[in-house]
Design a protein around this ligand. Structure first.
Ligand SMILES: [Cu+2]
Length: 132
């Protein structure tokens, strides 16, 4: 019995390691640049602790409509800042639900986004919208 339990713990630690290293290497970029002034739908996944895609390339003047699905069981968040650092949108995402956030990108630059839950962005839950 004792033996079985320790094997279980080891198996769990191994799975966690695989999960963490898998997340670290996974940084997908999507290019959603459309004609200027368009509304562009972007499907995103939030997990513990990453956004996919993590990099979104868009065109100046677009409005991005982010549909963010939390594929984990815990509450996450998406907060977007403009290139000056001002917060332009923030939504909590309950586990297994989808929220929609409209993000106008009127000027070129980098619009960072992240999860505002404690330590989540430190663990990799962040990304950026590159507006060209
Ligand atoms: Cu989070």
């Amino acid at each position: 019995m004792q033996n079985l339990r320790s094997r279980h713990v080891l198996g769990f630690a191994g799975a966690l390691l695989v999960l963490l290293s898998g997340c670290a290497g996974q940084q997908r970029t999507v290019n959603v640049a459309a004609a200027p002034g368009q509304k562009v739908d972007v499907e995103m996944k939030a997990s513990s602790f990453a956004f996919d895609p993590a990099v979104i390339v868009a065109r100046t003047g677009d409005t991005l409509v982010l549909h963010v699905t939390d594929v984990s069981g815990e509450t996450h968040n998406i907060t977007v800042k403009d290139p000056s650092g001002k917060i332009i949108g923030s939504e909590d995402i309950p586990g297994h639900q989808t929220v929609t956030l409209e993000v106008p990108v009127p000027a070129a630059g980098v619009y960072p986004f992240y999860c505002d839950k404690p330590f989540h962005s430190t663990l990799g839950m962040k990304g950026r919208i590159e507006v060209k």
